[in-house]
Design a protein around this ligand. Structure first.
Ligand SMILES: Nc1ncnc2c1ncn2[C@@H]1O[C@H](COP(=O)(O)OP(=O)(O)OP(=O)(O)O)[C@@H](O)[C@H]1O
Ligand SMILES: [Mg+2]
Length: 264
């Protein structure tokens, strides 16, 4: 991975900063000159209408796709993220909307999926289940999710529990940044509230969290600290929660009130 020590302007205390990110798909400009900062201990909401470019931006941060233009800074250093493993190595974990859980496996197997600690070659590299159980219990306790069964297939669990397991999996390797793409989209109000508490807890433990959400009036204004609006692939507003109404945010998303955008 290439690094270059020149932090971006205006990044303050952020761990992860993007500057001037653009990405096109054929003739479609998914992102144009987008900048974003995530600081430790903060939950940033990334909001915008359908097609605004939110998932594309998360995929760029997680190394799933590469931008056409723009700079990526991590802890003040310019970095070249060429693959998801580059991002993972820096301490960036992503929870995608489909969760990528295996329904027939239990919570422990899902937490360690593809990253299982194995025994020595001589013993046939058997997966060390007892060690996984201990680590899984530790992580679930840290997240106050001890009530979740570690032996039931996750396919038999509720949407909220499955979301919690996907989040637990993301923090198993002690990341500095967690990115979540619509973690509450398919959840009931009470399950979404619990996931919100979990996300808040990650930030309270010092992680930088970015969360995509369409639920402005409940989730965004109660769980997050700062709101970044994308509209048609561009930055369209940056607000501190508490200094803006849900209606103003929605206006920035759809471009219904130019005065709000101009007031940035
Ligand atoms: N792989 C792709 N190929 C072609 N176009 C794409 C691709 N991925 C995204 N796009 C286009 O880029 C734009 C931004 O899409 P993106 O998925 O980032 O939006 P979004 O803000 O996440 O929307 P939603 O709220 O619906 O999830 C859209 O116009 C979309 O059609
Ligand atoms: Mg999306």
């Amino acid at each position: 991975m290439q690094t270059n020590k020149t932090g971006p302007a205006g990044a303050r205390d952020s761990i992860l900063s993007l500057r001037g990110i653009s990405k096109s798909y054929g003739g479609v400009k998914a992102l144009e000159n987008v900048s974003l900062d995530i600081a430790p201990g903060e939950v940033v909401a990334l909001v915008g209408d359908n097609g605004a470019g939110k998932s594309t931006l998360v995929k760029i941060m997680s190394g799933a796709i590469r931008p056409d233009e723009g700079d990526y800074f991590f802890e003040g250093e310019k970095v070249a993220i060429r693959s998801p493993s580059d991002a993972t190595e820096l301490g960036i974990q992503t929870v995608y909307q489909d969760l990528a859980l295996c329904n027939n496996l239990d919570a422990v197997q899902n937490l360690f999926l593809g990253r299982e600690p194995v025994g020595p070659m001589l013993l046939g590299q058997r997966i060390r289940r007892a060690e996984c159980d201990v680590r899984a219990r530790e992580v679930l306790r840290r997240l106050r999710l001890d009530h979740i069964s570690i032996t039931r297939p996750v396919g038999a669990m509720s949407g909220g529990q499955r979301q919690n397991i996907a989040i637990a999996r993301s923090i198993l390797w002690n990341p500095k940044i967690v990115l979540l793409d619509e973690p509450t989209a398919a959840l009931s109000h009470s399950a979404a509230e619990k996931v919100g508490e979990l996300i808040r807890g990650l930030a309270d433990q010092g992680l930088g969290v970015l969360v995509i959400s369409h639920d402005i009036h409940n989730f965004v204004v109660t769980v997050t600290d700062r709101i970044e609006v994308l509209r048609l692939g561009r930055n369209a507003g940056s607000y501190r929660v508490g200094e803006v109404s849900g209606e103003q945010i929605v206006n920035a998303m759809v471009g219904g009130n130019e005065a709000v955008n101009a007031a940035r």
